[in-house]
Design a protein around this ligand. Structure first.
Ligand SMILES: [Mg+2]
Length: 186
């Protein structure tokens, strides 16, 4: 059913890395990216953790020092996101309902400056929410591997099922892209 409605190009990230620490932020900056929208669960911390460790404090500080504005955009509830976001002194949008456009738009409005779409990059671990949602708005996307799949909630498991189906379509329609995207997501 899915393939009648979806264009696989909406599910292909611009970049993919193992973790957020592997992302070449210098290159992103050189490519004109200034606003980073960052997913929380399984991108920065697993579902069963809530407090940022020192590496994450340094991560956000480093990005801000480089000149990026950062905003956390998560589908999870406010209490969880707020605790983390406040600790790393970063604004956030909770209950973002990704892949709907609304949460992304709210985040872009929340930014201190107004940015063009080509200056905005989403970073997340899910094809069905982070990649698809950002691509619907024509933003750049970096896909990372989920930190820990085991503790994912039922609705994320549903998304993973859909993700695997999309990956199989990408494999058929864009074999080279798929090879780069990597089999390890399966
Ligand atoms: Mg996530």
């Amino acid at each position: 059913m899915i393939h009648h409605f979806f264009n696989t190009l909406h599910f292909i990230p611009d970049y993919h890395e193992n973790t957020v620490y592997d992302i070449d932020f210098k290159a992103l900056y050189q490519n004109g990216i200034r606003l980073l929208l960052i997913d929380l669960d399984n991108t920065l911390i697993p579902y069963d953790q809530s407090i940022p460790h020192q590496e994450l404090h340094d991560f956000f500080e480093g990005l801000n020092t480089m000149g990026f504005e950062t905003i956390i955009v998560s589908n999870n509830h406010k209490a969880r996101i707020k605790l983390f976001a406040n600790a790393v002194e970063t604004p956030f949008i909770a209950s973002a309902k990704k892949p709907l456009k609304r949460g992304f738009k709210k985040a872009i409005k929340l930014a201190k400056k107004s940015y063009k779409k080509e200056e905005i990059c989403m970073i997340g671990d899910q094809i069905m929410t982070d990649v698809y949602g950002a691509k619907r708005l024509k933003l750049q996307v970096v896909l990372v591997l989920p930190i820990k799949k085991k503790s994912e909630k039922w609705y994320t498991k549903v998304n993973r099922y859909l993700e695997n189906r999309i990956l199989r379509r990408i494999e058929k329609e864009h074999p080279n892209t798929y090879q780069n995207l990597d089999l390890k997501r399966r």
